[in-house]
Design a protein around this ligand. Structure first.
Ligand SMILES: C[S@@+](CC[C@H](N)C(=O)[O-])C[C@H]1O[C@@H](n2cnc3c(N)ncnc32)[C@H](O)[C@@H]1O
Length: 303
């Protein structure tokens, strides 16, 4: 049975620019050219570069692909033995129709994440080439998209751009009115304001830059939790609270099914205090002292 046709969204000036740009490419016989990449090789190289944002051992990640085009990332993930959940979104309905036809088992939706974002978060949100076509007030739009992608990820966000460095290898690029070229350091600074762990990569192609953002707690925390022979609830929760990540600390504390201990109950109080829940925090400190009347940190916290 043919997959249902994707419904076109309401068009704004920005969308009209994107639609006009990509519709010119869509009839090209070469698959990579259909989504305006030069070759399949640089398209796939970009996929790998974006996937490097996460641990290579994580083969079952949930991935949101913003500007998924024809779903080639989905094909690449499966062809290279990487499973996990995948959702591809694009604002051009023809892209989604073609992606569904190519990969009937994949999930592809016409969706503008600024208008109606998915109602869940993902381990990894990627965007390969999705912010490249220059639209009205493009710089502002790019930052709004970065904010939205950050909100949609609990792990990592990886986005590539054409870089102003491209002008050194192709001076004509500077006069191309269609394409947005991001200044690497200005973009890094804007991302760094939004997310303390931001990485700028410029080592893939002389024309490109890639930004990784990690909105959740640091990857080192997750790696530690996974690799420590006996993950230590107290140590993990303490580290998270040091980084002012009380929700993540509460998750770690909740997952512990050992008997209640003053040290952990006290940390629950610290997390609640960081969340502004003073009464609940106080009750947790008292509970810690009931469990161990000599537990000094809880006494200090209560004070
Ligand atoms: C250069 S193509 C790359 C497609 C795909 N990521 C790949 O690498 O094969 C960029 C894609 O982003 C989509 N796009 C552009 N602006 C978008 C937006 N605001 N939201 C979602 N998709 C968008 C375009 O329709 C196009 O399919």
């Amino acid at each position: 049975m043919a997959p249902p046709r994707a419904q076109p969204p309401r068009l704004r000036a920005r969308d009209r620019r994107v639609f006009a740009y990509y519709r010119e490419f869509l009839n090209h016989p070469d698959d990579a050219r259909k989504v305006a990449w030069r070759t399949r090789f640089d398209q796939e190289l970009r996929f790998e570069n974006l996937l490097e944002a996460v641990d290579e051992a994580d083969t079952a990640l949930s991935i949101l692909d913003v500007g998924c085009g024809l779903g080639d990332l989905y094909g690449w993930l499966r062809a290279t033995g990487r499973g996990g959940e995948y959702l591809g979104v694009d604002i051009v309905p023809e892209m989604i129709d073609a992606a569904r036809a190519r990969h009937p088992e994949g999930r592809f939706e016409v969706c503008d994440v600024l208008v109606k974002p998915p109602e869940r978060t993902f381990d990894l949100v990627v965007c390969s080439g999705g912010l490249t076509v220059r639209t009205p007030e493009h710089e502002r739009f790019v930052l709004a998209m970065i904010d939205r992608m950050l909100a949609l990820s609990h792990g990592a966000v990886a986005i590539n751009f054409q870089s102003t460095r491209a002008f050194a290898v192709n001076p004509l690029a500077e006069r191309d009115p269609d394409l947005f070229h991001a200044d690497p350091l200005a973009l890094y600074a804007a991302c760094r304001e939004r997310c303390r762990w931001t990485v700028l990569r410029e080592d893939m192609l002389p024309t490109d830059l890639t930004i990784y953002l990690y909105p959740g707690y640091a990857r080192s925390h997750r790696a530690y939790a996974r690799r420590a022979p006996q993950p230590d609830t107290f140590g993990l929760a303490w580290l998270l609270l040091e980084r002012r990540l009380p929700q993540a600390a509460l998750q770690v504390l909740d997952a512990d099914d050992g008997p209640p201990e003053a040290s952990r109950v006290n940390l629950r109080g610290v997390a609640l205090r960081q969340l502004g829940e003073r009464a609940a925090a106080e009750e947790a400190f008292r509970e810690a002292l009931r469990l161990d009347p000599t537990y000094e940190p809880a006494r200090l916290n209560l004070g």
